[in-house]
Design a protein around this ligand. Structure first.
Ligand code: CS2
Length: 507
């Protein structure tokens, strides 16, 4: 997300005082914010957190007796300085514009965040906050890449320089693992109980993964502490869902018009929201079920369904649509061929691997997904969807391919997406010749492996940290080479290739 500037210096800024002057159609925090304490410390205050967990907490705070569940945000990255400045100036308030598919708009101000700590400026303050007795939950949205595992093996990556720093310098951390471990050490020494570590990222078994990574990290630092963590800290798995595009200048302008105040970093999101959480907390927890979240004993089938259909579906549209030259998800899915391709991918390549889920009709879940993607009021950029694909695709898409291969099922629709990812990483332009905005921590490697494709068609698959053993699977490589040949043919057109794959699939 980029930082925005005040659009209109004459308009009052959003803050606690200006809340009173907002028009009556704006839903403002009706609770006494000065009485709210931070029971939750959240690391990674991106748009998604502000459209999801912080909104559930905002609704909860409207119910009496929940004032211990406010949020203190934490920014670990130097790039979070601007966010801190904006939130501070706005008394940690921000606007949330909820855009329904039919054009209806809900205007809200969210008040659940009551403080924000910018870690690079005062590391000890963050450690102390995490270790504070009020803190019952440390929640995370640090992106798929933030968990520091090798995507192909799922094992902790000890070679990351920030992790090496944190293992050797327990009092001078950089990563979330470093901070959490330092705080848990303090809590253990002071006889305070452990907090819950709650991941809100799109990772299958996000709690189990967080636990495995934190223990791998902590063991390197302090074996006793690691054992204490293992026995005391719980890591509930959860499925999280709400489409939240990157904020744009037009969102800032909209707020001035609709709210009559200015918000330098407003959030816009879709109306759909879902949060399914395993009820295994180390200490007390908010009654999020009162405000729409669902507590279950096993979140696995919900996660698989969401990650394999929604997130993978996004990537299918994102990569194919980028090569075609589309800019947003709604634009891409309103092209009938893309919608058909997406639906065929969901029905034929994903659904056969999904377990039936009580209370969920998969057909209507998929219909709703397509409606959500088509929401014309959410201009979700393909650049956002394709960003960090190296951290997303192994779990979103490659897992499906691997399972289908084991079952002897056809993988042609997903394979074209992988081959398209190669072309995307190699050339970085749409077929209309427009330069694509690519953001990926592994971009250099992706680009250099992809560039070998002309001489060796499966060169991209040699990136084994992403593709594992796929380069040795002949069924897969035969399909992959077909896709590569079609994509790299002179004047190739992605739509014609998609059409051909679809036709072959239905025969
Ligand atoms: C998207 C998600 O880029 C992506 O990975 O698929 O950010 C998606 O919008 C959210 O998971 C929706 O809940």
């Amino acid at each position: 997300m980029t930082q925005h500037q005040h659009t209109n210096a004459l308009v009052t800024g959003l803050n606690q005082q200006s809340l009173a002057q907002l028009p009556s159609h704006v839903d403002t925090p009706s609770y006494d914010r000065s009485a709210v304490k931070a029971g939750i410390v959240h690391i990674g205050v991106g748009g998604f957190h502000r459209a999801h967990q912080a909104v559930y907490v905002n609704e909860l705070l409207k119910t009496p007796g929940s004032e211990q569940w406010g949020i203190c945000g934490v920014g670990l990255l130097e790039g979070n300085r601007g966010l801190r400045d904006i939130l501070k100036q706005q008394d940690y308030l921000y606007t949330l514009t909820v855009r329904h598919p039919d054009g209806k708009i809900d205007n809200k101000v969210i008040g659940s965040m009551i403080d924000f700590l910018f870690a690079p400026e005062d590391k000890q303050a963050v450690i102390n906050k995490l270790a504070h007795s009020d803190t019952k939950i440390v929640s995370l949205t640090i992106t798929e890449g933030g968990y520091n595992f090798n995507p192909a093996t799922g094992e902790f990556d000890y070679s990351n320089p920030d992790i090496i720093n944190d293992i050797n310098n327990p009092n001078d951390p950089i990563t979330a693992f470093g901070y959490i471990t330092a705080a848990l050490k303090l809590r253990k020494e002071q006889g305070l109980g452990a907090f819950t570590v709650q991941s809100c990222d799109n990772i299958q078994h996000n709690g189990n993964v967080t636990r495995k990574m934190l223990l791998a990290f902590a063991t390197e630092q302090d074996k006793n502490l690691s054992e204490w963590i293992e026995q005391n800290v719980s890591f509930p798995n959860a499925m999280v869902d709400r489409i939240t595009p990157v904020s744009k200048k037009s969102d800032i302008d909209y707020v001035v018009d609709a709210y009559g105040v200015s918000d330098e970093w407003p959030i816009t999101c879709e109306s759909f929201t879902q949060w399914v959480i395993e009820d295994t907390f180390s200490d007390s927890r908010p009654n999020w079920d009162v405000v729409g979240a669902q507590f279950v004993t096993d979140v696995t089938p919900y996660e698989t369904m969401k990650i394999r259909l929604l997130n993978a579906g996004h990537s299918v549209l994102g990569l194919l649509g980028s090569i075609h030259g589309y800019g947003t998800i709604d634009e891409t899915v309103s092209d009938e061929l893309f919608a058909t391709y997406l639906r065929a991918f969901m029905d034929k390549e994903v659904t056969p691997n999904l377990e039936p889920l009580e209370g969920i009709d998969l057909q209507s879940y998929k219909d709703t997904l397509i409606e959500r993607f088509a929401n014309p009021n959410i201009k979700d950029s393909l650049a956002r969807i394709c960003s960090e694909s190296s951290a997303k695709l192994p779990k979103f898409l490659i897992a499906t391919i691997n399972e289908n291969l084991v079952q002897g099922r056809d993988v042609s629709l997903a394979t074209l997406v992988i081959a398209t990812w190669c072309l995307y990483s190699d050339k970085g332009v749409s077929e209309k010749g427009e330069k694509l905005e690519i953001q990926d921590a592994m971009y250099k490697e992706l680009n250099s492996y992809a560039q070998e494709t002309q001489t060796s068609p499966i060169a991209f698959l040699k990136l084994t940290s992403l593709f594992g053993k796929l380069e040795h699977n002949e069924t897969f490589t035969a399909e992959y080479k077909k896709s590569i040949a079609a994509l790299y043919a002179p004047n190739s057109k992605i739509k014609a290739i998609m059409q051909a794959v679809l036709e072959q699939k239905s025969n």
